[in-house]
Ligand binder design. Sequence first.
Ligand code: MD3
Ligand code: FE
Length: 203
Amino acid sequence: SREAIAEGAVLLRGFARPFEDDLIPALREIVAQAPFRHMTTPGGHQMSVAMTNCGGSGWVTDRSGYRYDGLDPQSGKPWPAMPPSFRTLAEEAAAEAGFNGFAPDACLINRYQPGARMSLHQDRDENDFGAPIVSVSLGLPAIFLFGGLARSDKTRRYRLEHGDIVVWGGPARLAFHGVAPLADSEHALMGRQRINLTFRRAR
Ligand code: MD3
Ligand code: FE
């Protein structure tokens, strides 16, 4: 199903389900090369969400700031390549939402264990805000908070479940958003965690 949640933002419920048998093993291989880690924000706080990346550019944060980097700072090696199944899924979801020709060069992989959250923020470390962001939810459900262009704008809540995809483009691209603390439960395929893949055109 295709549900407009704001101008430029489209929710595709269950769109990733036909891909899960390819995504989950590919994810395991990425994590074997570039393990999840809790990065430090410029303010010196450790994030409750653990992260890794695949693709030519990876999002990183440390005391010096947020940036995209072609190398994993933990290993000094390039991030694992973006698996064909990841790229195809992101391209097909973007096209379904009206963004033909999306060519992501970055896939940030977020791991939420029970209690992990992401406070309200904007994604503005990318070079081209004309490209959408495609986000894929796997595992436990989460309450996603979607606000407006000002931090103080009221937020709406969406429950994102395993297999759901949201495509964020146009005027929604710079909206404030966040994730409420993950409730503890067990998912049949993914266990006690939520994984979110965010595909971006970063550089
Ligand atoms: C709305 N991740 O990694 S994905 C992030 O579930 C991030 O892990 C969340 O926010 C997560 O930066 C939310 C949904 C999402 C991603 C990017 C957006 C929503 C967005 C950019 C603009 C507006
Ligand atoms: Fe974000």
